[in-house]
Design a protein around this ligand. Sequence first.
Ligand SMILES: NC(=O)c1ccc[n+]([C@@H]2O[C@H](COP(=O)([O-])OP(=O)(O)OC[C@H]3O[C@@H](n4cnc5c(N)ncnc54)[C@H](O)[C@@H]3O)[C@@H](O)[C@H]2O)c1
Length: 331
Amino acid sequence: MNVLVVGGAGYIGSHCVRQLIAAGHRPVVLDNLVLGHRAAVAADVPVYTVNLGNESEVGKVLRKEKIELVMHFAAYAYVGESVADPMKYYFNNVAAPLHLLRCMLGSGVKKFVFSSSCATYGSPAQMPITEDTPQAPINPYGQTKLDVENALRAFAAAYGLSFAVFRYFNAAGAAEDGTIGADHTPQTRVIPLAIDAAAGRGPPLQIFGNDYPTPDGTCRRDYVHVDDLSRAHIAVFEQLSTPGAALLYNLGTGTPTSVLEVIRAVEKVTGKPVPHTFAPRRAGDPPELYADSTKARRELGWQIKFPDIESIVATAWKWHEVHPHGFGGRK
Ligand SMILES: NC(=O)c1ccc[n+]([C@@H]2O[C@H](COP(=O)([O-])OP(=O)(O)OC[C@H]3O[C@@H](n4cnc5c(N)ncnc54)[C@H](O)[C@@H]3O)[C@@H](O)[C@H]2O)c1
């Protein structure tokens, strides 16, 4: 299938591009490279440096490349920034995908896969989180994802759009061969920060809060390997053949891992201590978030290849060893 990967030069999108090729599909990337890296995508994959909100340019790509399905990864995803500058988030994460969807429907492309987030659930009282857990985002980032989900439901009913929404938990790890991985500026994710601290390339890891009602007092999250996420996107293709299909899945391992457990895993994998300090809790950080992904396993046959934190950290460490400076600041 000819698949347009919007945001395909970013972290998760670039891994999905590789999985698409491995599964015999033909990916085409559209990315404005504001956050992504051309070097994250193989040289023989077409990359269009276009803003996804530019309907005339997106339309040309859809027609020229005979696109049959669109995957959308392109969004801003810093929670704190979304609170400080919500306009930026509503324009890029809601308005721009609406342009993309209008353009797709106008060109007869009716299959869509959307990267949503556990941030749409806010801070639920009950764990694990199922697809039926009420969605109540607690920041503009999560709200923008929920807004697009709601638009997709209406578009499926009215226009016969078939969509799959994947609500990721914490994407982590890197390609097993160490060729691509996470290169975000600023880096805010625990595993890359812990690795940088261990390698002496970054400051000690700051742990926000050690008095949460969790077994060791630090926050627990559900770290899911980026290649496991990517494989779910391809496993859903068959279901998207039904016009108007409206599919929603949580993607996580179902295992909560605390910040101190991440540190122990990084120390074990790297053989180096992770210098760390404790800081007060951050406002809006729920004590724990982890997924029930039974539905994805049952309906898509989704299987997790990296079920434990050490196997995930090992791939991130390999990427950092081979590419200590990520893509070297290259776009
Ligand atoms: N990383 C996670 O843990 C996580 C968790 C839940 C959900 N998500 C969602 O998954 C998606 C991918 O996340 P990521 O970590 O790979 O992010 P990323 O920043 O690495 O990748 C996003 C890509 O989209 C591109 N982009 C952004 N706005 C664009 C626009 N207007 N036009 C064209 N290209 C644009 C960027 O240049 C970048 O290459 C996002 O939608 C994010 O909200 C990520």
